[in-house]
Design a binder for this molecule. Sequence first.
Ligand code: AMP
Ligand code: MG
Length: 399
Amino acid sequence: MISVRDGQNRILDRVTNIAPPELVAVVDALDRVLAEDVPAPFDVPPSDNSAVDGYAVGSGDIPREGTRELTVIADLPAGSVHDGTLAAGQSIRIMTGAPMPAGADTVYPQEIVEREGDRVRIGPLDKGANVRRHGEDIASGTVVVAKGSPLRPQEIGLLTSLGFVQALVHSRPRVALLSTGDEVAEPGSVRKPGQIYDSNRFALRGSIARCGGQVIDLGIVPDRREELRARLLDAASMADVVVSSGGVSVGIYDLVKDVLEEIGGIEFWQVAMQPGRPLAMGSIGPAHFFGLPGNPVASMLAFMLFVRPAIYKLAGRTRLFPATFHARADEPMRKKTGRREFKRGILSYAAADRTWHVRTTGPQGSGILSSMVVGNCLVVLDEERGDVEPGELVEVEPF
Ligand code: AMP
Ligand code: MG
């Protein structure tokens, strides 16, 4: 038996062939992973500008007390620049975002002045009020998006605000996927007695797409040695990663194990975890291989724990593991020491004690896929801990 952590480390040690970079349009770069640090090419904002709609003045004209009248010499909408320099006794009507005219350093919000014809009456105000300084958001040269970051809508927005139209991102790892088992039927086909519809391949397709992989769906392989071997070799020839589900336990028809021993450098692990103990990992030719357990919850969980970090690493991401939080258990949970257990949980916030609470989804069998649907998190119970009493804090990982 190896621990979850051990398994993850062994896998990540092998994954060193990070996907090569490619240049893509920023508009197509959502969820891609940046392959280089991006420094700001100029100050943001690029010049001092008004933070409000109002009147720009030179601080020399601000009265210490009482009021003073200035002449409004121009209207400055956002996007235009005033050519001249403001003289003493003059003011310019300015819109939010418009660059400060030369000679002006302070803006009166329009609500606090009195305007009559081309005259505006102003009172005391701090010098520099309501002006956004050039570079106050980002100084030129600062790294604004770091290498290894996935590009979310806000990174896309920031990149375009800096004028970029292309981004250097990692290409997406190709992940070939197949299900094994004579009992597994294609959804949409007629299911023979004793057959179940394939769910693993579809849950895994989604999981792969979500973590940035390109799915190559190779369908269902029957429990026949020659066919399995041919399909796995074929898969390895077209992908960076091959993922199969089923056939890695000790059943008499669990052929993945046998076949892999012939074609690749594969290790078979018993991972000290529940659900999802058996796992095969290694390589077939140049491709990394993961043989996930057949039970639907076990296969999704093994994916989350072992395949996702590997795909993240291949895809160039710096951060490989999700954040976890603590929540108060609302019910007792059975837990065996010596292995890591993952329960599907329902996490909710209680206003009464201002704390996050969690309970399990009910029966936790590794074939109960509905527990992943009803639940909104994993409850992660460490190797060392035993049974959980109500009220204890437990670690949770939201889906
Ligand atoms: P195995 O490890 O191949 O013995 O599979 C363990 C359990 O998972 C069996 O009950 C299988 O029927 C089930 N199973 C295997 N593959 C799939 C699949 N693709 N979709 C849903 N259930 C599966
Ligand atoms: Mg099977």
